[in-house]
Design a protein around this ligand. Structure first.
Ligand code: ADP
Length: 380
């Protein structure tokens, strides 16, 4: 290829390139001299502010006003002329587009300048950053879910351990009592008919206690395993049904009941919810000091998606250090003599509320009554 042909080809390339190219001249004799444009390809002319401008020997900073900081640009060009090489000048933003600028030494007093449109890269970078942050969020959500599941499994394992221990311990207590009393009865040396009757009565009481335990355990197992289909449930109806059952369970014991009107509808399960409310109410009228007429107050509080149902009593209260453990199976704070029970009621309540996708909590101080709440999703 001869020089002329090569020159023609280079010019064609220069003219047709998408990147903006400019050739600058620098009078290296004067360190203060600013570079002048002596040649630009059409892509560069398009970017140049002054389209009809005769750019020949025009200052670069006049052709591209605001693109460069004039003195820094001049100094960079002088450095390149002296030492050769190339220099990235960073990115410039113009009319919603982004451009990367690179200058390089051509001859001692000529500098080449390439301006490439990097808007697509920027958009892709932004897209990648968006995707990365979404991935990070998804990964964090996944981590959270794994942690939650692990915590749930750990809780279930712990519960199973204490469940097996408590069941064997609590069920053996009445059996041991029955064995002991039966042995005394078998001892002929004994006793008058009255004494024998007293022992038989104790055996009967122990058997009754064991029956209660087994019934409660079955109720706990039912609420844990039964299939629950969630549906809108009127709390008005739930509380009314629980109040009717409470009247039967109270067996004539006096108490006062104040229920707020127009309780809302929540997402739950009618029979499960009646059992939850009944258990809370039963405790509310049971754990009161002697001589105090129990007062139960029931109302709701609504916030955005959720609704809280409160069951408040005027009873003996629960010290803060015990407020977590009373929800575990067989955990009781009092002797059977002072307050009878099996210690399963609140475990049922907690399990049921979990299965309804809700939460349970309580506020209480010793001697100042207790306020239990359950939080469920609102239906409207
Ligand atoms: P139970 O009522 O059969 O003893 P629960 O599981 O319902 O069993 O309650 C566990 C324990 O929590 C109770 O034995 C009692 O010590 C305490 N408790 C529950 N509800 C109340 C309440 N409203 N006021 C005071 N103590 C309570």
């Amino acid at each position: 290829m001869d020089m002329k042909q090569a020159e023609q080809l280079y010019r064609l390339m220069f003219t047709n390139m998408r990147e903006a190219l400019a050739i600058l001249h620098l009078d290296v004799r004067y360190p203060d001299a600013h570079p002048l444009v002596i040649e630009m390809n059409p892509a560069a002319v398009k970017l140049c502010r002054c389209k009809s401008f005769n750019f020949d020997n025009c200052l670069v900073t006049d052709c591209f006003p605001g693109w460069f900081e004039a003195d820094r640009f001049r100094d960079s060009c002088h450095r390149l002329s002296a030492f050769g090489g190339s220099l990235e000048l960073g990115e410039v933003s113009r009319d919603h587009s982004f451009y990367r600028i690179r200058i390089f030494a051509l001859t001692d007093n000529h500098i080449g300048m390439v301006i490439s449109d990097c808007t697509r890269y920027r958009e892709e970078e932004a897209e990648i950053a968006g995707l990365t942050s979404r991935l990070e969020k998804d990964a964090a959500a996944m981590d959270r879910r794994v942690a939650e599941r692990t915590a749930q499994l750990e809780e279930i394992n712990e519960e199973l351990d204490s469940f097996a221990f408590s069941v064997s311990h609590d069920l053996r207590a009445p059996i041991r009592a029955m064995q002991a009393f039966a042995e005394i009865l078998l001892d002929d040396e004994l006793q008058t008919a009255t004494e024998r009757n007293a022992y038989l009565l104790r055996i009967k009481t122990a058997a009754h206690g064991m029956d209660r335990l087994i019934q409660d355990l079955l109720a706990y197992s039912r609420v844990s395993r039964q299939e629950i289909t969630l549906e809108p449930v009127s709390l008005d109806q739930v509380v009314r049904a629980a109040a009717q059952q409470l009247e039967l369970a109270a067996g004539g014991k006096a108490y006062r009941l104040e229920i707020a009107s127009d309780l809302p509808t929540v997402i739950g399960h009618p029979t499960v919810l009646v059992q939850v409310v009944l258990n809370l109410m039963t405790n509310g009228i049971k754990f009161v000091p002697n001589g105090v007429v129990p007062l139960l107050q029931i109302w709701t509080d609504e916030a955005q998606e959720y609704c809280r149902l409160y069951v408040q009593d005027n009873g003996i209260g629960i010290p803060p250090q015990h407020q977590e453990r009373i929800f575990k199976i067989f955990e009781r704070l009092h002797s059977m003599e002072s307050y009878p029970g099996t210690g399963v009621g609140l475990a049922i309540v907690r399990r049921a509320v979990q299965r309804l996708g809700g939460r349970i909590g309580l506020e209480s101080k010793e001697g100042e009554g207790s306020r239990f709440w359950i939080e469920l999703r609102r239906a409207d």
